[in-house]
Design a protein around this ligand. Structure first.
Ligand code: ZN
Length: 147
């Protein structure tokens, strides 16, 4: 498993050659407002550089613990409305996620995770980027203006 850090952020479709001669293409994961990470890996279970397909179910979560074998525990917090009392309650859930080799996380980081197929008994989510990799998506806005 090799990870190469890059000087500049690669674009989708760029092909980067690793030191062991393997060529890695930065894939289009289907979410236009998340930029690819600043590193390249040859992890087959990486949404950017491997074959792992993601489902369009995204969450913004906080990293709680970084575990062995490219895994982490994240905390998802949201508010749930209760109509009877006309108030909100806070809910939280811990989710086990896979961390691809090209994305480095540490406890306290805000990351974006996406649902994927079950990768282990408790893991069916993968980290696709950090919060600072998210740009404002203007495509939808432009479509609305032209209509
Ligand atoms: Zn990768």
């Amino acid at each position: 498993m090799t990870v190469v850090k890059l000087q500049n952020r690669p674009k989708i479709g760029d092909v980067i050659t690793l030191p062991n001669g393997r060529k890695v293409e930065v894939r289009d994961i289907g979410i236009p407002y998340i930029l690819p990470p600043n590193a390249v890996c040859d992890d087959p279970l990486c949404p950017w550089h491997g074959h792992l397909k993601i489902r369009l179910k995204l969450l913004e979560v906080t990293v709680e613990k970084v575990r062995m074998h490219k895994a982490a525990v994240v905390l998802h917090e949201w508010v749930h409305y209760i109509r009877k009392y006309n108030r909100y309650e806070r809910r939280r859930r811990r989710i086990h996620v896979r961390v691809p080799e090209c994305i480095e996380v540490k406890p306290g980081d805000k990351v974006i995770i996406a649902e994927t197929r079950p990768l282990a008994k408790t893991i069916s989510w993968v980290v696709i980027g950090k919060k600072e990799d998210v740009t404002v998506w203007k495509a939808k806005h432009e479509v609305l203006q032209t209509d």
